[in-house]
Design a protein around this ligand. Structure first.
Ligand SMILES: [Zn+2]
Length: 321
């Protein structure tokens, strides 16, 4: 391997941080997990990253050409974290001080966008020129590759698939809008819809809770899916509605971006059997035929280090273009 064939990828999570050296082929050369220590403030997190990278440089024969940093939050093109609620950061300049301390170019990227690049370059969407990655966890995020380029947007925020309106005047979202896809299929929203449905039909939900041996607060996406699979009518109704809302979102995604592949990932997708695939099949007849014909779906392939590997993939990609 050439000396400069490696990039550093960092995933700054709320509690833990992953630092990886990743080759241009997606091979993880060396990887380290460490507590983020975000309570001590951004300066301390920056110091930890610098220390870890220095230690890994000493241990590895590879000399990284640049660094990619994935952060759960809004990040601008200068490497400033505008808002990262998990870290409690607002207006934190991350890229410039890290670049100075490491002596390497640093690219800061939103975590979901990073995992999109990871799937595109090294995972389920390898070789695809037009793909959309949708991650449905507590929140709903995504990333779009169009014409073999990641869509960035004017303020570095393109790809917020969770905040497309699927119901006009619908449920309040965590963003300024209401009726967003996330307000129906995000993990928090599924739990909230289950709570409300339980309040409306207490007699019906009683049997459901007894069978599941959970309280109303335990009715999350995975539990509802299992109950629905066992024939529980209350859970079946909620799962069926979730499928319909997700299908509405997928129709819009397909028609707007004309991807060949939609990659699904995140905790809700992972815990609800084939709900994601069923939603796409429900959506297909409503998608423009010329777009629907070539469209297929798959699951995200990268695991727990997807953001770190994706951030490194982004560093490789920026260097290439
Ligand atoms: Zn929203």
């Amino acid at each position: 391997m050439a000396d400069d064939d490696c990039a550093v990828g960092v995933d700054i999570g709320g509690t833990k941080m992953i630092v990886s050296f990743v080759s241009s082929e997606g091979r993880v050369i060396v990887e380290q997990e460490t507590p983020t220590g975000s309570k001590a403030g951004p300066e301390e997190v920056i110091r930890t990253i610098v220390t870890e990278v220095a230690r890994m440089r000493d241990r590895s024969a590879e000399k990284p050409h640049s660094v990619g940093i994935g952060v759960a939050g809004q990040v601008d093109e200068r490497g400033v974290v505008r808002f990262a609620p998990n870290l409690g950061w607002r207006g934190v300049s991350l890229g410039p001080p890290l670049a100075g301390a490491l002596g390497l170019p640093v690219r800061v990227i939103n975590d979901v966008r990073a995992s999109t690049v990871g799937e595109w370059k090294f995972g389920a969407a390898r070789g695809e020129h037009d793909m959309v990655c949708i991650r449905i966890g507590t929140g709903v995020g995504g990333g779009i590759v169009s014409g073999n380029r990641l869509l960035i947007g004017d303020s570095n925020a393109a790809g917020e698939l969770g905040h497309m309106t699927v119901v006009t005047g619908g449920r309040k979202c965590t963003c300024p809008n209401s009726g967003c896809l996330e307000a129906y299929v995000g993990g928090w929203a599924i739990a909230e819809r289950a709570r409300e449905a339980a309040e409306q039909s207490p007699a019906e939900v009683e049997g459901t809770l007894r069978r599941a041996r959970v309280k109303v607060s335990g009715l999350d996406a995975g539990t509802l899916w299992r109950l629905a699979s066992d024939g529980d009518p209350f859970a079946q109704r909620l799962v069926s509605e979730t499928r319909t809302y997700l299908a509405a979102g997928l129709v819009a995604i397909a028609n707007v971006f004309n991807p060949r592949l939609i990659v699904g990932g995140g905790g809700v997708v992972g815990s609800t059997g084939r709900l994601f695939e069923e939603a796409l099949e429900a959506a297909r007849p409503q998608i423009l035929p010329s777009i629907a014909e070539g469209l297929r779906s798959t699951r995200a392939e990268l695991g727990a280090n997807a953001v770190a590997v994706g951030a490194a993939a982004w560093a490789h990609e920026v260097r290439r273009t």
